[in-house]
Design a protein around this ligand. Sequence first.
Ligand code: HEM
Length: 329
Amino acid sequence: MTWAGPQLYIATTRPADVEKILTNCLNKSPFYENFNDVMKDTLLTSKVSIWKEHRKMINPSFNLKILSSFHGIFVKYSREIVKYLYDVEGTEQTDFLSVVWEKTLDVALDDTIESKRFLPNLTKLSRTEQITREEILEETSFMMMAASETAAITINTILTILGIYSDIQERVYQELVSVLPNMESSPTQEELNRLDYLKRVVKEILRLVPTIPFILRYADEDIKCDPYVFPAGSNLVVPLVLLHRDPDVWPDPEKFDPDRFLPDEVAKRHRCSYIPFSYGARNCIGPSKIWNDAGKSNGCDDSEELQSTNCRYEIMEGHPVGIYGYAEG
Ligand code: HEM
């Protein structure tokens, strides 16, 4: 608990508190007003009254059937990322994140334009004055950013961690070879669904390095989290990065262990002990899409390229956060 001037901030990592907060507090903390220049009144930051209306209108554009229709777009740009990796093999250093970001932005643009649903649906509603043209523009550009930036950072983190743990990379590769015998052709959704080990690896990566490290909500009323009461008017912080490393829930929390996500292990934990896409009515609108992104970036690779990769990663001096890749000589 801390005061930042007149604002009270309370953080909790108890999964039961987290569930209560994310279920009951749908308003965002005033902290998000820092982003008003770029995303005022968009889904991420808007007050509940506006958010409820917009989410109702946008939700139908994110059903599974529509998302599955983007399969070809994901495959196309995944191949471009793989080609880039192949091209830079042997170079000392590469700005991989910028390249992936360019590709995920292309995916987001193609999705929006080719789906022929998101914009026309909203435009139809604007004719009945349920949403203004300015609001459509704001929501669309926010969606581009929400989709492309998070996906790029996540893909970058996944490949970095696979570079660090070569034994895990090898197991992922062996699974790919067995599930996708013909890597020249595009993987089907059914094949991607069978990449169980890869899915566990991605989940473990998002546990240790959640792309969104914290969530902030606002308490409109007192929230009772026995034995505490989080008072109305306070900012409630859910630090995902700490929640996902609580030693009482995650034994040896710093250890990279994808088997934490075997079904029996998952069943032992509280449903809010792991929430990279948040929880409750105001959770992320696009997680299933992200699982597709993650699967396909790794899934449609060419076997030779994977076998010949010898990338390792190191944290560069003076860049405590950025991780740069280099190929062994
Ligand atoms: C690995 C990638 C992603 C992660 C980890 C992620 C995570 C999150 C998190 C933690 C939130 C905050 C929810 C809260 O305040 O409780 C959020 C919100 C949101 N995300 Fe994502 N996200 C990802 C990708 C995407 C993609 C691809 C899209 C769009 C296609 C998207 C669209 C949104 C939207 C619209 C919101 C606001 C939801 C609302 O308030 O109703 N996200 N995301």
